[in-house]
Design a protein around this ligand. Structure first.
Ligand SMILES: Nc1nc(=O)c2c([nH]1)NC[C@@H]1CN(c3ccc(C(=O)N[C@@H](CCC(=O)O)C(=O)O)cc3)CN21
Ligand SMILES: CC(C)C(=O)C(=O)O
Ligand SMILES: [Mg+2]
Length: 257
């Protein structure tokens, strides 16, 4: 049975933590889905496996190309597509067009966009009215890199209050879930207790309703990770070893045999 946005809200009510990871192609998405991940995000963080230094350059067409590939690999998980930088901030019309393409062209069930009150509240309300489930994202919003850097957000009492009220406004706008990125754990807990919709944390402590990480960090595919990531396996080493073994066997004419 495919996971629905309603079911994620039920998971919160049942106290069952939500498992989320990112994916960028068919093979990876299929592995995550069969492993039982509840939500697969086609994150604009795939920028890093495409060799971009930030999430700013990736285009909607690039995101949709990868999202289609991910969608073909998924039977159970809810698939959410990140809307990339400047494909939704310009106007509600632009957001509707971009989110509509994400849903119509990829088969994903929902979109995610960054930002809070007041900029994204009306946008989210309009997308939801049009039948598009929206995941919100506050705290560290990497598309605002040149304004806020990559530092933890919500550290002062005033900043914490602002993020708290943004989260409430985004729930009222109709978001089905909200990502809390790189904020203090006690602030994430307060938001999680206040909201009916599930909070999905990344660098936001253990008390969110679920957790998400960037899968290239979990798998150790790249050389560096954010401070809040955990490297569960080092695929860089595993792949290097396999490639070296293959190279030796080719050069010694031991493969094929
Ligand atoms: N591989 C990867 N994983 C991610 O989680 C991720 C990305 N890429 N790219 C998009 C954003 C950027 N992220 C990041 C990246 C670095 C830091 C980091 O190093 N933060 C430091 C401060 C760095 C600074 O001030 O410049 C910290 O201590 O908080 C945090 C979040 C999270 N997201
Ligand atoms: C880290 C998650 C929340 C994200 O936005 C991404 O992977 O792009
Ligand atoms: Mg993102």
């Amino acid at each position: 049975m495919p996971v629905t946005t309603q079911q994620l809200i039920q998971f919160k009510q049942q106290g069952r933590p939500i498992v989320a990871l990112t994916a960028w192609d068919y093979a990876l998405a299929q592995i995550l889905d069969v492993a039982g991940v509840d939500l697969i995000l086609v994150g604009d963080s795939m920028s890093v496996v495409l060799g971009y230094e930030t999430t700013l350059p990736i285009t909607l067409d690039e995101m949709l190309y990868h999202a289609k590939s991910v969608r073909r690999g998924v039977k159970r998980a809810l698939v959410v597509v990140d809307l990339p930088f400047l494909t939704y901030q310009e106007s509600i019309q632009q957001a509707m067009h971009s989110a509509g393409r994400a849903i119509k062209e990829t088969g994903a069930q929902a979109v995610k966009l960054e930002g809070g009150y007041p900029a994204m509240v009306e946008t989210i309300a309009r997308l939801v009215q049009a039948g598009i489930p929206v995941m919100a994202h506050v705290g560290l919003t990497p598309q605002s890199l040149h304004q806020i850097g990559l530092r933890q957000q919500g550290k002062t009492e005033e900043a914490a209050q602002r993020i708290f009220h943004e989260a409430i406004a985004l729930e009222q706008a109709g978001a089905f879930s909200i990502v809390l990125e790189h904020i203090p754990a006690d602030l994430a807990l307060q938001i999680t207790q206040k909201l009916r919709i599930p909070t999905i944390g990344i660098g936001a402590g253990v008390n969110c309703d679920g957790q998400v990480l960037v899968t290239s960090d979990v798998l150790g595919l790249l050389e560096k990770q954010p401070p809040f990531a955990k490297v569960y396996t080092n695929l860089r080493e595993t792949i290097t070893k396999a490639v070296q073994d293959f190279s030796v066997e080719v050069r010694e004419r031991k493969f094929p045999q």
